[in-house]
Design a binder for this molecule. Structure first.
Ligand code: PHE
Length: 450
């Protein structure tokens, strides 16, 4: 597909479904499959899920709509979109592009680990239930020097190839394969996991709230998780929205995408936690759940290799459909503003991200002693700063921008295609974006700083 950005015509999604699949592909990722079960596990399961839902309703849908509307209205990348409406707000978009850069740098390293495990499940190397062997296998991969960088490079290359294909021919086309595949595989894995003897405990853990577990820390984690999981606060949905045609029903899309994302997160919880409980493993093991607990569980099942292969393929599909959106945020900026062609932009950015990601990878190995923020290594610092601070901050500024600077009347006009569509919850949305969103994000922020 030709890159039309340099002429006056901007590329567009081929169909409404294509946009929904690509945007939910961005949302559904490691955040759902790896982070959600881990954060829910750490924060007491049901109590976290409840808070997550509240924040999703108050902030998630609200910001999803705001970003898509801003993108379609301006037809520009994250920085250009802010600049077009108010020149001195361009830096907010800049924060977003920076966040995308940082997230992709470590995201792609994890993507590399996933490819490695996918191959391991093919060769049968995962078929062991010896905890020592399993721990050592993961440890020696992530602390390695060359091996994890090679896999990170392969993952990054795959991401770059898709993004070079452009909006319709690359991102949309791949999402049409990745997303349906992902749905089928996650349902298969969730069914397998829930029917394990003792699995019911995991379902209860996820769905029955224990209110004694509630704390400000839980709320902060839930807020960060909503932003990360929905790809909000960094202009990703601005960018994807900028490729939309005039006929899309944005309020409807902004409802469907978060629902798909949350559905997949819950399914991931149902795929992971029952298995963890059935085998008396620790629900609080973070990333270890995916790379250590799962192989151990599958090893004990009939067709274990088959299920681990499907599982890691599922995680890979989810990770790829998100990494392409992270790269596209940066590429779209360079193509629009520096007038570079898509292929050159992807190559340049991909190489830089590969280098930063390699440093992140080494920070789990030989460079582990170098600490950055809050006593964390480089890898964890990238995650901590981007997910906990840059995304919620970007979200807060977006609320102020759309609610007060650009104005909700203008936004609603765009959302309803100039009054042609009904947006029945418009007045509720106005209250959420002007008051509830900014206040809620600020409170959580301030509380977390003290
Ligand atoms: N939403 C993605 C996930 O859950 C991560 C992501 C964050 C993608 C921000 C794009 C922008 O894995």
């Amino acid at each position: 597909m030709a890159n039309l950005n340099q002429n006056n015509e901007r590329e567009q999604w081929g169909s409404k479904l294509g946009f929904i699949l690509a945007a939910s592909g961005s949302a559904v990722g490691l955040g759902n499959l790896v982070k959600f079960p881990a954060v829910a596990g750490k924060n007491g399961g049901g109590a976290f899920v409840l808070v997550y839902f509240i924040i999703l309703f108050l902030v998630g849908f609200t910001l999803m709509l705001a970003e898509i509307v801003l993108g379609r209205h301006t037809k520009l990348n994250a920085i250009g979109a802010y600049r077009k409406i108010r020149k001195n707000w361009a830096w907010v978009g800049g924060l977003g592009v920076l966040a995308g850069f940082m997230i992709l740098s470590y995201y792609s390293v994890i993507g590399g680990w996933v490819i490695n495990y996918l191959l391991k499940s093919l060769t049968g190397a995962l078929k062991t239930s010896d905890a020592e062997v399993i721990n050592q296998m993961f440890g020696s991969l992530v602390t390695g020097t060359v091996e994890p960088i090679v896999y990170h490079g392969i993952f990054m290359l795959a991401t770059m190839i898709i993004v070079i294909g452009g909006i319709g021919g690359g991102i949309e086309k791949s999402s049409k394969i990745l997303m349906p595949g992902l749905f089928i595989m996650i349902i298969l894995i969730a069914l397998r996991s829930m029917t394990l003897p003792g699995g019911v405990e995991g379902i209860k853990y996820l769905l029955v709230p224990d209110f004694s577990k509630l704390s400000i820390g839980v709320v902060l984690d839930a807020l960060g998780q909503v932003f990360f999981s929905l790809s909000l606060g960094m202009g990703c949905m601005i960018t994807y929205g900028s490729y939309l045609g005039e006929d899309t029903n944005i309020p409807q899309s902004a409802t469907i995408i978060p629902l798909i994302d949350t559905g997949v997160a819950l399914l991931a919880g149902l795929a992971v936690l029952p298995a963890v409980f059935a085998y008396n493993l620790d629900p609080n093991a973070g990333m270890g759940i995916i790379f250590k607990a799962f192989p151990a569980i599958f090893a004990q099942l009939p067709f274990g290799n088959f299920f681990s292969f499907i599982f890691f393929l599922l995680v890979l599909f989810a990770a790829l459909s998100s990494s392409i959106s992270l790269l596209e945020v940066c590429v779209s900026y360079v193509v629009d503003e520096w007038k570079m062609n898509r292929k050159a932009a992807v190559t340049l950015l991909g190489l830089i991200i590969f280098v930063i990601g390699s440093i992140a990878s080494l920070s789990y190995g030989p460079w582990g002693h170098i600490k950055f923020v809050a006593g964390l290594n480089f890898f964890d610092s990238l995650d901590f700063i981007s997910a906990n601070y840059l995304l919620p901050l970007g979200g807060l500024l977006l609320c102020i921008f759309v609610g007060w600077v650009w104005g909700t009347d203008n936004a609603i006009k765009e959302a309803t295609n100039g009054g042609k569509l009904t947006f029945s919850l418009a007045s509720l949305w106005v209250i959420l974006i002007k008051y509830v969103g900014p206040v809620a994000i600020t409170i959580v922020f301030i509380r977390s700083l003290i």
